[in-house]
Design a binder for this molecule. Structure first.
Ligand SMILES: [Zn+2]
Length: 182
């Protein structure tokens, strides 16, 4: 299942983000409410939590789903996030990992430079502002006395889904390990 862009979940309530849980309650995907309603009509998911809003059609009025759970367990490496420029920037929250700025165009920097054998891996790629990236050049942070704000590591999908949570999605928090169940 493809996830909607976190920045594009507004607009029609049918595009509202819905958290999809696997049969064992582990987060599996985020989809649109429209898709969740289709899956529910097809009897593929159970609706666990609804938003306060309703969806109206000429004949029926339905609660808008917020969290659904698939009926049959899906074997899928749900915690894997593909490595890409976009996902590195998302993981680092658009923050330069050397100086902490959020300003200006952001670049993706290889900690161990590519020309010196640095790989395209989660622990070797970070976001950096242009001045820091230029200053660092083909050296390692140690060689130039630059320090990383935090040690980069592979993110989980849970971390990615947490970005969808705002005031309307407070019910999602326990499932995304942001707070405990009451
Ligand atoms: Zn910087």
């Amino acid at each position: 299942m493809n996830s909607p862009n976190p920045k594009a979940i507004n607009g029609s309530i049918l595009n509202r983000a819905v958290l999809v849980l696997n049969a064992n309650y582990i987060p599996l995907a985020v989809c649109t409410a429209k898709r969740a309603i289709c899956l529910s009509v097809l009897d593929k998911v159970d609706i666990l939590v609804n938003y306060d809003s309703k969806v109206h059609s000429p004949s029926v009025s339905l609660p808008l789903p917020s969290i659904v759970k698939v009926k049959e367990f899906i074997h899928y490496n749900s915690l894997n996030v593909e490595i890409s420029r976009k996902n590195i920037i998302l993981r680092d929250n658009h923050i330069c990992q050397y100086c902490g700025t959020k300003k200006g165009p952001i670049t993706v920097d290889h900690i161990m430079p590519k020309v010196r054998g640095g790989k395209d891996t989660w622990d070797n790629l970070i976001t950096a502002c242009q001045p820091c990236n230029q200053k660092k050049g083909d050296r390692t942070p140690d060689e130039i006395g630059m320090h990383l704000l935090k040690q980069p590591k592979k993110p989980s999908r849970i971390h990615y889904y947490q970005q969808y949570v705002n005031t309307l999605q407070s019910d999602w928090k326990p499932y995304l390990f942001m707070e405990s169940f009451n």
